[in-house]
Design a protein around this ligand. Sequence first.
Ligand code: 5GP
Ligand code: MG
Ligand code: MG
Length: 183
Amino acid sequence: MDAAHMGADLEKVLITEEEIHARLEELAREVWAEYEGKDLLLVGVLKGAVMVMADLSRALPGTAPVDWMAVSSYGSGTKSSGVVRILKDLDTDITGKHVLIVEDIVDSGLTLSWIKSNLESRSPASVEICTLLRKPEAAKVEIDVRWVGFDIPNEFVVGYGLDYAERYRNLRVVGTLAPHVYA
Ligand code: 5GP
Ligand code: MG
Ligand code: MG
């Protein structure tokens, strides 16, 4: 399936590649203004955050180490339960470090709020969150997200790291899927 065919599976494009990159450039400047001179560690949550991490980290005006976590959220189907299991932990000891969690999307917020508390229990200097997307209407827990790329409607989206059955992560845009894809 080529890019044109993947595009045909979309119902609509919510955010274009240009919009994503322009916003990540802005966020990178704001992030750097906060962390320049500090012991910053970028933590990505696999697999969805891969694209955001790649572009946000490269837009930073300086360098910072990158580490990854993989978690699985117990729950029925596509609903997040907030009960989380670590599949791959950080390689880094974060004691005393300023941790920035880089995420693709905050939906219910349950997974991320679990990850944030888990990291906070390891005596870091700080833990903040930067996410490309947030669905304000889907929030189930209050979670302080310091940097948000775009607030989007409460719809299932794919692309730019986000999957449907592990596909569409490599789309350059963020969009909703056409009904025939689910059929
Ligand atoms: P939570 O509900 O705990 O905030 O979301 C947990 C995870 O569910 C996200 O990190 C993401 O992987 C997935 N998720 C939430 N909303 C969407 C969506 O609209 N599209 C896709 N593809 N994944 C989503
Ligand atoms: Mg994610
Ligand atoms: Mg997924």
